[in-house]
Design a binder for this molecule. Structure first.
Ligand SMILES: O=P(O)(O)OC[C@H]1O[C@H](O)[C@H](O)[C@@H](O)[C@@H]1O
Length: 449
Protein backbone atom coordinates (compact mmCIF):
# COMPACT_ATOMS: atom_id res chain seq x y z
CA UNK A 1 0.00 0.00 0.00
CA UNK A 2 1.12 3.57 -0.63
CA UNK A 3 2.02 5.81 2.28
CA UNK A 4 3.20 9.25 3.29
CA UNK A 5 6.89 9.38 2.41
CA UNK A 6 9.75 11.76 3.00
CA UNK A 7 12.22 12.33 0.18
CA UNK A 8 15.42 14.30 0.63
CA UNK A 9 17.15 13.21 -2.57
CA UNK A 10 17.01 16.74 -4.03
CA UNK A 11 18.83 18.09 -0.95
CA UNK A 12 21.66 15.57 -1.30
CA UNK A 13 24.14 18.28 -2.27
CA UNK A 14 23.65 20.01 1.07
CA UNK A 15 23.93 17.00 3.35
CA UNK A 16 26.58 14.29 3.64
CA UNK A 17 26.00 10.62 4.45
CA UNK A 18 28.13 11.06 7.58
CA UNK A 19 25.82 13.75 8.84
CA UNK A 20 22.79 11.54 8.26
CA UNK A 21 24.44 8.59 10.03
CA UNK A 22 25.38 10.80 12.98
CA UNK A 23 21.90 12.33 13.23
CA UNK A 24 20.18 8.96 12.83
CA UNK A 25 21.59 7.88 16.19
CA UNK A 26 20.38 11.05 17.85
CA UNK A 27 16.85 10.71 16.50
CA UNK A 28 16.68 7.05 17.56
CA UNK A 29 17.63 8.21 21.07
CA UNK A 30 15.01 10.97 20.96
CA UNK A 31 12.42 8.46 19.76
CA UNK A 32 13.29 6.14 22.65
CA UNK A 33 12.91 8.99 25.10
CA UNK A 34 9.50 9.77 23.63
CA UNK A 35 8.31 6.17 23.77
CA UNK A 36 9.82 5.50 27.20
CA UNK A 37 7.99 8.59 28.33
CA UNK A 38 10.89 9.89 30.35
CA UNK A 39 11.58 13.18 28.56
CA UNK A 40 10.45 16.73 29.31
CA UNK A 41 6.69 17.25 29.16
CA UNK A 42 6.02 13.52 29.38
CA UNK A 43 2.61 14.10 30.94
CA UNK A 44 1.44 15.37 27.54
CA UNK A 45 2.05 12.25 25.48
CA UNK A 46 -1.55 11.06 25.16
CA UNK A 47 -1.45 11.82 21.41
CA UNK A 48 1.11 9.06 20.87
CA UNK A 49 -1.50 6.30 21.29
CA UNK A 50 -4.68 8.17 20.39
CA UNK A 51 -5.17 6.46 17.00
CA UNK A 52 -5.39 3.06 18.69
CA UNK A 53 -6.50 3.98 22.17
CA UNK A 54 -9.36 6.44 22.16
CA UNK A 55 -12.71 6.66 23.91
CA UNK A 56 -14.98 4.54 21.65
CA UNK A 57 -18.13 5.55 23.49
CA UNK A 58 -17.33 9.20 22.92
CA UNK A 59 -16.42 8.49 19.28
CA UNK A 60 -19.94 7.10 18.77
CA UNK A 61 -21.42 10.15 20.49
CA UNK A 62 -19.43 12.41 18.17
CA UNK A 63 -20.98 10.69 15.15
CA UNK A 64 -24.47 10.97 16.68
CA UNK A 65 -24.00 14.66 17.45
CA UNK A 66 -22.70 15.22 13.91
CA UNK A 67 -25.82 13.56 12.49
CA UNK A 68 -28.08 15.69 14.66
CA UNK A 69 -26.31 18.87 13.55
CA UNK A 70 -26.53 17.76 9.92
CA UNK A 71 -30.25 17.18 10.39
CA UNK A 72 -31.26 20.33 12.22
CA UNK A 73 -28.75 23.01 11.14
CA UNK A 74 -27.95 24.80 7.93
CA UNK A 75 -24.85 26.27 9.54
CA UNK A 76 -22.35 25.09 12.13
CA UNK A 77 -20.32 27.74 13.92
CA UNK A 78 -17.02 26.35 15.20
CA UNK A 79 -15.55 28.53 17.92
CA UNK A 80 -11.93 28.01 18.92
CA UNK A 81 -8.38 29.23 18.45
CA UNK A 82 -4.94 27.65 17.93
CA UNK A 83 -5.06 23.92 18.60
CA UNK A 84 -8.81 24.19 19.14
CA UNK A 85 -9.33 25.47 15.60
CA UNK A 86 -6.61 24.73 13.08
CA UNK A 87 -6.81 20.93 12.93
CA UNK A 88 -10.52 20.83 12.12
CA UNK A 89 -10.18 23.54 9.49
CA UNK A 90 -7.11 21.89 7.97
CA UNK A 91 -8.97 18.59 7.69
CA UNK A 92 -12.22 19.98 6.31
CA UNK A 93 -10.43 22.06 3.67
CA UNK A 94 -8.13 19.17 2.74
CA UNK A 95 -10.93 16.62 2.50
CA UNK A 96 -14.05 18.40 1.33
CA UNK A 97 -15.03 20.57 -1.63
CA UNK A 98 -12.67 23.48 -2.31
CA UNK A 99 -15.64 25.85 -2.16
CA UNK A 100 -17.38 23.96 0.63
CA UNK A 101 -19.58 26.77 1.90
CA UNK A 102 -20.37 28.10 -1.55
CA UNK A 103 -21.39 25.06 -3.57
CA UNK A 104 -25.05 24.11 -3.64
CA UNK A 105 -26.49 22.04 -0.79
CA UNK A 106 -27.05 19.22 -3.35
CA UNK A 107 -23.30 18.93 -3.83
CA UNK A 108 -22.25 19.65 -0.25
CA UNK A 109 -25.06 17.73 1.52
CA UNK A 110 -23.89 18.89 4.95
CA UNK A 111 -24.15 22.21 6.88
CA UNK A 112 -22.05 25.22 5.99
CA UNK A 113 -19.21 25.53 8.49
CA UNK A 114 -17.70 28.81 9.69
CA UNK A 115 -15.00 29.52 12.23
CA UNK A 116 -14.73 32.28 14.79
CA UNK A 117 -13.18 32.97 18.16
CA UNK A 118 -9.86 32.90 16.33
CA UNK A 119 -9.50 36.68 16.44
CA UNK A 120 -10.95 39.55 18.45
CA UNK A 121 -12.34 41.36 15.44
CA UNK A 122 -15.86 42.66 15.92
CA UNK A 123 -16.00 43.36 12.20
CA UNK A 124 -15.35 39.69 11.42
CA UNK A 125 -17.92 38.53 13.94
CA UNK A 126 -20.63 40.89 12.72
CA UNK A 127 -19.92 39.71 9.19
CA UNK A 128 -20.43 36.13 10.28
CA UNK A 129 -23.67 36.99 12.08
CA UNK A 130 -24.88 38.46 8.77
CA UNK A 131 -23.92 35.26 6.95
CA UNK A 132 -25.90 33.10 9.38
CA UNK A 133 -28.91 35.40 9.03
CA UNK A 134 -32.09 33.76 10.26
CA UNK A 135 -31.04 30.26 9.29
CA UNK A 136 -30.99 27.31 11.68
CA UNK A 137 -27.58 26.86 13.25
CA UNK A 138 -25.62 25.09 15.98
CA UNK A 139 -22.42 25.96 17.80
CA UNK A 140 -19.41 23.85 18.71
CA UNK A 141 -17.39 25.78 21.29
CA UNK A 142 -13.93 24.27 21.67
CA UNK A 143 -11.44 25.29 24.35
CA UNK A 144 -9.21 22.94 26.29
CA UNK A 145 -8.59 25.41 29.10
CA UNK A 146 -12.11 26.78 28.83
CA UNK A 147 -10.78 30.22 29.64
CA UNK A 148 -9.25 31.55 26.40
CA UNK A 149 -10.44 35.10 25.76
CA UNK A 150 -11.00 35.01 21.98
CA UNK A 151 -13.36 32.02 21.86
CA UNK A 152 -15.03 33.02 25.14
CA UNK A 153 -16.08 36.39 23.69
CA UNK A 154 -17.33 34.86 20.43
CA UNK A 155 -19.26 32.21 22.36
CA UNK A 156 -20.95 34.76 24.56
CA UNK A 157 -22.27 36.48 21.43
CA UNK A 158 -23.43 33.34 19.57
CA UNK A 159 -24.93 31.86 22.74
CA UNK A 160 -27.06 34.96 23.13
CA UNK A 161 -28.06 34.75 19.48
CA UNK A 162 -29.11 31.12 19.88
CA UNK A 163 -31.06 31.82 23.05
CA UNK A 164 -32.90 34.71 21.44
CA UNK A 165 -33.79 32.59 18.43
CA UNK A 166 -34.73 29.30 20.09
CA UNK A 167 -35.20 30.04 23.80
CA UNK A 168 -32.78 28.85 26.45
CA UNK A 169 -33.77 25.17 26.52
CA UNK A 170 -33.66 24.59 22.77
CA UNK A 171 -30.48 26.68 22.46
CA UNK A 172 -28.78 24.39 24.96
CA UNK A 173 -29.51 21.47 22.63
CA UNK A 174 -27.68 23.26 19.82
CA UNK A 175 -24.52 23.95 21.77
CA UNK A 176 -21.75 21.36 21.89
CA UNK A 177 -18.86 22.09 24.23
CA UNK A 178 -15.46 20.44 23.76
CA UNK A 179 -13.31 21.11 26.80
CA UNK A 180 -11.56 19.70 29.85
CA UNK A 181 -13.38 16.84 31.54
CA UNK A 182 -13.60 18.63 34.89
CA UNK A 183 -12.24 22.15 35.09
CA UNK A 184 -12.46 25.59 33.46
CA UNK A 185 -15.18 28.20 32.98
CA UNK A 186 -16.55 26.46 29.87
CA UNK A 187 -16.95 23.14 31.66
CA UNK A 188 -18.79 24.87 34.51
CA UNK A 189 -21.03 26.70 32.07
CA UNK A 190 -21.75 23.50 30.13
CA UNK A 191 -22.70 21.65 33.32
CA UNK A 192 -24.86 24.54 34.49
CA UNK A 193 -26.68 24.90 31.14
CA UNK A 194 -26.80 21.21 30.22
CA UNK A 195 -24.81 21.31 26.97
CA UNK A 196 -23.56 18.07 25.46
CA UNK A 197 -19.84 17.95 26.21
CA UNK A 198 -16.83 16.25 24.64
CA UNK A 199 -13.47 15.87 26.31
CA UNK A 200 -10.00 17.10 25.49
CA UNK A 201 -7.89 14.55 27.40
CA UNK A 202 -5.56 15.97 30.07
CA UNK A 203 -2.51 14.45 28.43
CA UNK A 204 -3.15 15.82 24.93
CA UNK A 205 -2.04 19.42 24.32
CA UNK A 206 -4.11 21.65 22.03
CA UNK A 207 -1.80 21.46 19.03
CA UNK A 208 -1.76 17.65 19.23
CA UNK A 209 -5.54 17.34 19.66
CA UNK A 210 -6.89 17.12 16.10
CA UNK A 211 -7.69 13.41 16.53
CA UNK A 212 -9.78 14.04 19.66
CA UNK A 213 -13.30 15.49 19.71
CA UNK A 214 -11.60 18.88 19.14
CA UNK A 215 -11.10 18.01 15.49
CA UNK A 216 -13.41 15.05 15.08
CA UNK A 217 -16.80 16.67 15.72
CA UNK A 218 -16.50 19.46 13.12
CA UNK A 219 -14.80 17.06 10.70
CA UNK A 220 -17.66 14.57 11.08
CA UNK A 221 -20.25 17.34 10.58
CA UNK A 222 -18.56 18.19 7.27
CA UNK A 223 -19.33 14.65 6.08
CA UNK A 224 -15.73 13.40 6.14
CA UNK A 225 -15.13 9.85 7.35
CA UNK A 226 -13.56 10.01 10.82
CA UNK A 227 -13.11 6.22 11.00
CA UNK A 228 -10.82 6.36 7.98
CA UNK A 229 -8.99 9.35 9.48
CA UNK A 230 -8.24 7.33 12.63
CA UNK A 231 -7.24 4.29 10.56
CA UNK A 232 -4.73 6.41 8.64
CA UNK A 233 -3.37 7.84 11.88
CA UNK A 234 -3.03 4.32 13.27
CA UNK A 235 -1.02 3.36 10.19
CA UNK A 236 1.14 6.47 10.64
CA UNK A 237 1.70 5.47 14.26
CA UNK A 238 2.68 1.95 13.28
CA UNK A 239 5.20 3.20 10.74
CA UNK A 240 6.66 5.79 13.13
CA UNK A 241 6.92 3.43 16.07
CA UNK A 242 8.02 0.23 14.39
CA UNK A 243 10.33 1.16 11.53
CA UNK A 244 14.07 1.58 11.89
CA UNK A 245 15.62 4.86 10.77
CA UNK A 246 16.30 3.75 7.18
CA UNK A 247 12.59 3.10 6.54
CA UNK A 248 11.17 5.58 9.03
CA UNK A 249 10.04 8.69 7.17
CA UNK A 250 9.01 10.66 10.28
CA UNK A 251 12.41 10.04 11.86
CA UNK A 252 14.18 10.98 8.64
CA UNK A 253 12.23 14.22 8.43
CA UNK A 254 13.12 15.06 12.05
CA UNK A 255 16.78 14.24 11.41
CA UNK A 256 17.21 16.08 8.13
CA UNK A 257 15.57 19.33 9.23
CA UNK A 258 17.86 19.37 12.27
CA UNK A 259 20.95 18.77 10.14
CA UNK A 260 20.05 21.89 8.18
CA UNK A 261 19.24 23.88 11.32
CA UNK A 262 22.69 23.08 12.66
CA UNK A 263 24.13 24.48 9.42
CA UNK A 264 22.43 27.81 9.93
CA UNK A 265 19.22 27.22 7.99
CA UNK A 266 16.93 28.64 10.63
CA UNK A 267 13.69 28.92 8.64
CA UNK A 268 11.67 26.01 7.29
CA UNK A 269 9.15 26.93 4.62
CA UNK A 270 6.34 24.45 4.13
CA UNK A 271 5.12 24.74 0.56
CA UNK A 272 2.02 23.37 -1.14
CA UNK A 273 0.72 23.46 -4.70
CA UNK A 274 -2.92 22.89 -3.75
CA UNK A 275 -4.94 25.73 -2.15
CA UNK A 276 -6.80 23.13 -0.10
CA UNK A 277 -3.58 22.46 1.85
CA UNK A 278 -3.28 26.04 3.09
CA UNK A 279 -4.66 25.20 6.51
CA UNK A 280 -2.55 22.07 6.84
CA UNK A 281 0.36 24.53 6.77
CA UNK A 282 -1.33 26.73 9.36
CA UNK A 283 -1.85 23.70 11.60
CA UNK A 284 1.78 22.65 11.03
CA UNK A 285 3.04 26.14 11.92
CA UNK A 286 1.34 26.02 15.30
CA UNK A 287 2.55 22.46 15.89
CA UNK A 288 6.19 23.26 15.20
CA UNK A 289 6.23 26.91 16.27
CA UNK A 290 4.79 26.34 19.73
CA UNK A 291 6.64 23.07 20.22
CA UNK A 292 10.13 24.13 19.18
CA UNK A 293 10.36 27.88 19.51
CA UNK A 294 11.63 28.22 23.05
CA UNK A 295 14.79 28.63 25.13
CA UNK A 296 16.05 30.86 22.31
CA UNK A 297 16.10 27.88 19.93
CA UNK A 298 14.14 26.29 17.11
CA UNK A 299 13.44 26.53 13.41
CA UNK A 300 11.04 29.30 12.40
CA UNK A 301 8.13 27.57 10.63
CA UNK A 302 6.88 29.56 7.65
CA UNK A 303 4.65 28.58 4.75
CA UNK A 304 3.85 29.50 1.18
CA UNK A 305 1.00 28.59 -1.15
CA UNK A 306 2.38 27.93 -4.62
CA UNK A 307 2.42 28.79 -7.36
CA UNK A 308 0.52 31.81 -5.91
CA UNK A 309 3.41 33.03 -3.75
CA UNK A 310 6.02 32.45 -6.45
CA UNK A 311 4.72 35.77 -7.74
CA UNK A 312 5.44 37.49 -4.43
CA UNK A 313 7.61 35.60 -1.94
CA UNK A 314 9.26 33.64 -4.75
CA UNK A 315 11.80 36.41 -5.24
CA UNK A 316 12.98 36.19 -1.63
CA UNK A 317 13.13 32.41 -1.62
CA UNK A 318 15.14 32.37 -4.83
CA UNK A 319 17.43 35.24 -4.10
CA UNK A 320 17.15 36.77 -0.61
CA UNK A 321 18.99 35.96 2.65
CA UNK A 322 20.07 32.32 2.51
CA UNK A 323 18.48 31.35 5.83
CA UNK A 324 15.91 28.81 4.79
CA UNK A 325 15.09 25.42 3.41
CA UNK A 326 11.84 24.29 1.86
CA UNK A 327 9.63 21.27 2.49
CA UNK A 328 7.14 20.64 -0.30
CA UNK A 329 3.91 18.78 0.39
CA UNK A 330 3.25 17.04 -2.89
CA UNK A 331 -0.20 15.56 -3.52
CA UNK A 332 0.77 12.89 -6.02
CA UNK A 333 -2.65 12.14 -7.46
CA UNK A 334 -4.75 15.20 -8.09
CA UNK A 335 -8.43 14.98 -7.14
CA UNK A 336 -9.66 16.50 -10.38
CA UNK A 337 -8.26 16.45 -13.88
CA UNK A 338 -8.87 19.56 -15.94
CA UNK A 339 -7.59 19.29 -19.51
CA UNK A 340 -6.42 22.29 -21.51
CA UNK A 341 -8.14 22.41 -24.89
CA UNK A 342 -6.69 23.35 -28.28
CA UNK A 343 -7.87 26.59 -29.87
CA UNK A 344 -7.95 27.14 -33.61
CA UNK A 345 -6.13 30.44 -33.37
CA UNK A 346 -3.38 30.31 -30.76
CA UNK A 347 -3.73 33.91 -29.61
CA UNK A 348 -2.70 33.26 -26.00
CA UNK A 349 0.17 31.01 -27.10
CA UNK A 350 -1.03 28.11 -24.98
CA UNK A 351 -1.61 25.53 -27.71
CA UNK A 352 1.66 23.83 -26.77
CA UNK A 353 -0.21 22.70 -23.65
CA UNK A 354 -3.27 21.42 -25.51
CA UNK A 355 -4.27 17.98 -24.28
CA UNK A 356 -2.26 18.36 -21.07
CA UNK A 357 -3.95 18.45 -17.66
CA UNK A 358 -3.63 21.33 -15.24
CA UNK A 359 -2.04 18.90 -12.81
CA UNK A 360 0.68 18.16 -15.35
CA UNK A 361 1.36 21.89 -15.59
CA UNK A 362 1.23 22.24 -11.79
CA UNK A 363 3.70 19.39 -11.27
CA UNK A 364 6.01 20.83 -13.91
CA UNK A 365 5.92 24.15 -12.07
CA UNK A 366 6.66 22.28 -8.84
CA UNK A 367 9.59 20.33 -10.27
CA UNK A 368 11.02 23.38 -11.98
CA UNK A 369 10.71 25.39 -8.78
CA UNK A 370 12.38 22.72 -6.66
CA UNK A 371 15.38 22.73 -9.00
CA UNK A 372 15.50 26.55 -9.21
CA UNK A 373 15.35 26.93 -5.42
CA UNK A 374 17.97 24.23 -4.99
CA UNK A 375 20.20 26.11 -7.45
CA UNK A 376 19.54 29.22 -5.36
CA UNK A 377 20.92 27.39 -2.30
CA UNK A 378 17.59 26.55 -0.74
CA UNK A 379 17.67 22.83 0.05
CA UNK A 380 14.40 21.11 -0.83
CA UNK A 381 12.67 18.25 0.93
CA UNK A 382 9.46 16.59 -0.18
CA UNK A 383 6.63 15.03 1.80
CA UNK A 384 4.67 12.89 -0.64
CA UNK A 385 0.93 12.49 -0.07
CA UNK A 386 -0.45 9.77 -2.37
CA UNK A 387 -3.88 11.43 -2.56
CA UNK A 388 -6.23 13.68 -0.64
CA UNK A 389 -8.38 11.39 1.45
CA UNK A 390 -9.10 10.74 5.13
CA UNK A 391 -6.66 7.86 5.45
CA UNK A 392 -3.63 9.73 4.18
CA UNK A 393 -4.54 12.85 6.13
CA UNK A 394 -4.64 10.82 9.36
CA UNK A 395 -1.25 9.39 8.45
CA UNK A 396 0.08 12.86 7.64
CA UNK A 397 -1.12 14.31 10.96
CA UNK A 398 0.65 11.54 12.85
CA UNK A 399 3.78 11.84 10.71
CA UNK A 400 4.16 15.54 11.54
CA UNK A 401 3.24 15.10 15.22
CA UNK A 402 5.70 12.28 15.77
CA UNK A 403 8.51 14.06 13.93
CA UNK A 404 7.76 17.15 16.02
CA UNK A 405 8.10 15.30 19.33
CA UNK A 406 11.36 13.71 18.19
CA UNK A 407 12.70 16.97 16.81
CA UNK A 408 11.88 18.81 20.04
CA UNK A 409 13.85 16.31 22.12
CA UNK A 410 16.70 16.62 19.65
CA UNK A 411 16.74 20.34 20.36
CA UNK A 412 16.86 19.67 24.08
CA UNK A 413 13.65 21.53 24.83
CA UNK A 414 10.24 20.59 26.18
CA UNK A 415 8.15 20.28 23.00
CA UNK A 416 4.88 20.05 24.94
CA UNK A 417 4.59 23.36 26.77
CA UNK A 418 4.12 26.93 25.52
CA UNK A 419 5.20 29.31 28.31
CA UNK A 420 5.87 32.11 25.84
CA UNK A 421 2.25 32.64 24.83
CA UNK A 422 1.35 33.91 28.31
CA UNK A 423 3.26 37.20 27.97
CA UNK A 424 0.82 38.93 25.62
CA UNK A 425 -2.13 37.62 27.63
CA UNK A 426 -0.82 39.15 30.87
CA UNK A 427 -0.38 42.53 29.19
CA UNK A 428 -3.77 42.36 27.50
CA UNK A 429 -5.54 41.47 30.75
CA UNK A 430 -3.77 44.30 32.58
CA UNK A 431 -4.74 46.79 29.89
CA UNK A 432 -8.33 45.54 29.92
CA UNK A 433 -8.52 45.97 33.69
CA UNK A 434 -9.10 42.31 34.46
CA UNK A 435 -9.28 41.79 38.23
CA UNK A 436 -5.95 40.52 39.57
CA UNK A 437 -3.80 42.37 37.01
CA UNK A 438 -3.92 45.83 38.61
CA UNK A 439 -0.19 46.05 39.45
CA UNK A 440 1.07 45.84 35.89
CA UNK A 441 -1.59 48.12 34.46
CA UNK A 442 -0.16 51.53 35.20
CA UNK A 443 3.36 50.71 34.03
CA UNK A 444 1.99 49.37 30.75
CA UNK A 445 -0.24 52.39 30.18
CA UNK A 446 2.79 54.65 30.72
CA UNK A 447 4.77 52.72 28.14
CA UNK A 448 1.99 53.17 25.62
CA UNK A 449 1.81 56.97 26.07
O1 LIG B 1 -8.07 25.28 23.73
P1 LIG B 1 -7.69 26.51 24.46
O2 LIG B 1 -7.37 26.24 25.90
O3 LIG B 1 -8.74 27.58 24.32
O4 LIG B 1 -6.37 27.07 23.83
C1 LIG B 1 -6.27 27.52 22.52
C2 LIG B 1 -4.86 27.88 22.17
O5 LIG B 1 -4.47 29.06 22.83
C3 LIG B 1 -3.42 29.03 23.78
O6 LIG B 1 -3.08 30.33 24.15
C4 LIG B 1 -2.20 28.26 23.33
O7 LIG B 1 -1.16 29.06 22.89
C5 LIG B 1 -2.49 27.23 22.28
O8 LIG B 1 -1.59 26.17 22.43
C6 LIG B 1 -3.91 26.73 22.36
O9 LIG B 1 -4.13 25.75 21.39
Amino acid sequence: MEKITFDYSKAAGFISDEEVTYMSKLVEDAKKQLLDRNGAGNDFLGWLDLPVDYDKEEFTRIKKAAEKIQGDSEVLIVIGIGGSYLGARAAIEFLRHGFYNNVSKEIRKTPEIYYCGNSISGTYLQGLIDVVGDRDFSVNIISKSGTTTEPAIAFRIFKEMLEKKYGKAEAAKRIYATTDKAKGALKNLATEEGYETFVVPDDVGGRFSVLTAVGLLPIAVSGADIDKLMEGAAEGRKLALEQKFEENDALKYAALRNILLRKGKSVEILANYEPSLHYVSEWWKQLYGESEGKDQKGLFPASVDLTTDLHSMGQFIQDGSRIMFETVMNVEKSRCEVTIQKEDVDLDGLNYLAGKTMDFVNKSAMNGTILAHTDGNVPNFMVKIPEQNEFYLGELFYFFEFACGVSGYLLGINPFNQPGVESYKKNMFALLGKPGYEDAREALLNRLK
